[in-house]
Design a protein around this ligand. Structure first.
Ligand SMILES: Nc1ncnc2c1ncn2[C@@H]1O[C@H](COP(=O)(O)OP(=O)(O)OP(=O)(O)O)[C@@H](O)[C@H]1O
Length: 541
């Protein structure tokens, strides 16, 4: 609860203070209205113009002072959500690739949607908490003015309710947490449904088994845990309702004895209690909801911490852009190793590797499936940091401080590449002529246009999408290029263009080019062919 409040305070202490002040005014106006009504209903009370004017002014005051905190909080809570989204986005982008690969998409998506919504929804109750608190205080003051003795009944009842709620909330906490944990699993399975829709549609038995053994248990898990949590909430809510009548009864029957049958005081107490108790209950319940938001904040901070811890592993977050200024770019691996740990299932080790990539050099990387070609590509591009050994860039060791700059010397198309909808990072106006030329070269000129740096469509065939990715890579004009089985989806015409035109041209322009390939027909075009087996270099020709 405190952490959500601190987050709001840190985001804008001025807004929180304004919400508290104006919310208190709302509570005071409400309490004053109650006192006025009670006065007007009193025995022998006469209604004056003054009373009517005060009534109207207070009603107006309630409206304005309720509205203002709501408007302020709507802005504050959305700004907080935006901050958290940006923060997680930044963290995800700065976190090492390996860490993200082992974390999976599920927890990140669940945090960005479910938990952020919970935080925003809960924070929205802040004005109500302030207003309810002030109403409770105002009513208690009014009741004390009617009869101090009466508070001997009311205050212990209030304390008892808070204590019951605190105990019950502690019991409910594991249920809320179980519900939230079940949602993580549901997100994972929903991701499988969306990403594996083709495979599931094509295979009735797999679909049936997936539905029965993976998706249904995940859905059932959320249903079961949320019913338990909601049952607990319902029992608590209704017990509090029962308690309300109990307290009113206590006031009704006990006040007469305590105040020596002062009916005006008893009537005032019952009225004030009826008015106040709703606010008091909502105050207790809203504070309880803040405890639930604590679970969402825990999840968000767990993600943040796990990404932060990972950042410390390779320190990329603190990487300063310190490019090594050089016309000539070359990379050298000196005893580089990399291992996927035993926690990933089967330990796999690449290296130790001693390799070089010089400007103007065309290097083919070949080897069987699982021999470590893509892992080598990720090491080459700086996406994985070597476990041991050194990566030297123009003779300078690539470290946490310059890895970001090193990565920016590569343009890469991996086999699981992603195509953005626009040419971000490329000055689109300056390259307009080249774009036209490449569109024609890749036979894409009839399929799409690039307007203001934006592709008119990305709904293309796999081969066409890869050609569009190639267009983007060529426009990037980086010192190094890496293509991971780019030609695998291309028809013979584009394979020819790739091996016989594009690659030699890139090498002729002084680029260092690494090509992961199985096309042995073209091996003779490379300056060097590196062969990997079980992560080890077995031949370099
Ligand atoms: N994200 C990962 N987590 C754990 N292990 C991995 C991961 N990626 C790869 N591996 C392990 O590393 C080995 C080499 O994988 P890699 O993708 O580098 O092979 P590859 O030669 O590119 O294979 P392919 O020709 O099939 O693309 C795999 O056998 C696998 O055990």
């Amino acid at each position: 609860m405190l952490s959500l409040f601190m987050l709001l305070l840190r985001r804008s202490s001025a807004s929180v203070i304004a919400i508290a002040v104006v919310g208190s005014v709302a509570g005071l106006c409400n309490s004053a209205l109650l006192a006025l009504i009670s006065e007007a209903l009193g025995d022998g009370a006469s209604i004056t113009t003054m009373m009517i004017a005060a009534y109207l002014a207070l009603s107006l005051g309630v409206m304005v002072s309720n509205l203002l905190p709501e408007l302020l909080l709507a802005r504050l809570s959305r700004a907080l959500a935006a901050d958290l989204r940006l923060r997680i986005g930044r963290r995800v982008l700065a976190a090492p690739l390996r860490r993200l690969e082992s974390l999976g998409h599920g927890p990140v998506l669940a945090a960005l949607t479910q938990d952020l919504q919970t935080v925003v929804g809960t924070a929205s109750a802040l004005p109500s908490i302030v207003i309810s608190s002030t109403i409770v205080l105002g009513c208690l003051t009014y009741m004390a003015w009617l009869s101090v003795k009466g508070l001997l009944l009311v205050l212990p009842a209030m304390a008892l309710l808070v204590a019951i709620y605190a105990v019950a909330a502690r019991k409910l906490h594991p249920l809320w947490r179980a519900e939230r944990d079940a949602q993580d699993d549901l997100y994972r399975q929903q991701q499988h449904i969306l990403e594996g829709v083709k495979e599931l549609k094509l295979h009735g038995r797999r679909r049936g088994e997936f539905f029965e053994h993976d998706f249904t248990p995940a859905v059932e898990g959320v249903r079961r845990t949320s019913v338990r949590a909601s049952d607990g909430g319902a029992v608590l809510g209704n017990f509090m309702h029962f308690f309300t009548w109990l307290v009113l009864g206590l006031a009704l029957f006990g006040m007469a004895t305590l105040t020596s049958h002062d009916t005006a005081a008893t009537r005032g107490y019952v009225m004030a209690l009826m008015y106040m108790w709703g606010s008091f209950r909502s105050l207790v319940e809203n504070v309880g909801r803040w405890a639930q938001a604590g679970i969402a904040l825990d999840k968000l901070s767990q993600l943040d911490v796990s990404l932060t811890e990972a950042l410390n592993d390779d320190g990329s977050s603190s990487a300063q852009l310190e490019p090594v200024l050089s016309e000539r770019h070359e990379v050298r691996f000196s005893g580089v190793t990399y291992a996927f740990g035993a926690q990933d299932g089967h330990a796999f080790r690449v290296g130790p590797l001693d390799l070089e990539l010089r400007p103007g050099e065309l290097v083919f990387v070949v080897g069987g499936n699982g021999s470590g070609k893509t892992t080598l590509a990720k090491l080459f591009t700086g996406l994985y940091a070597p476990e041991s050994g050194q990566l030297l860039w123009n003779g300078v060791a690539v470290t946490d401080q310059n890895r970001e700059a090193y990565r920016n010397t590569f343009s890469a198309i991996f086999s699981d590449f992603h195509l953005f909808e626009n040419l971000r990072g490329v000055p689109s106006r300056e390259v307009a002529a080249q774009v036209e030329e490449y569109l024609r070269l890749f036979s894409l000129e009839k399929k799409l246009r690039i307007v203001d740096g934006r592709f008119s469509t990305t709904s293309l065939s796999t081969g066409q999408r890869k050609r569009l990715a190639m267009l983007v890579a060529l426009l990037e004009d980086r010192p190094f290029y890496l293509f991971d089985e780019w030609a695998a989806d291309q028809d013979p015409e584009f394979r020819e263009i790739f091996y016989r035109k594009l690659l030699p041209e890139l090498a002729a322009r002084g680029k260092g080019v690494i090509v992961i390939t199985h096309d042995d027909r073209f091996f003779h075009l490379a300056h060097r062919v590196i062969k990997l087996e079980y992560g080890r270099l077995v031949a370099a020709a």
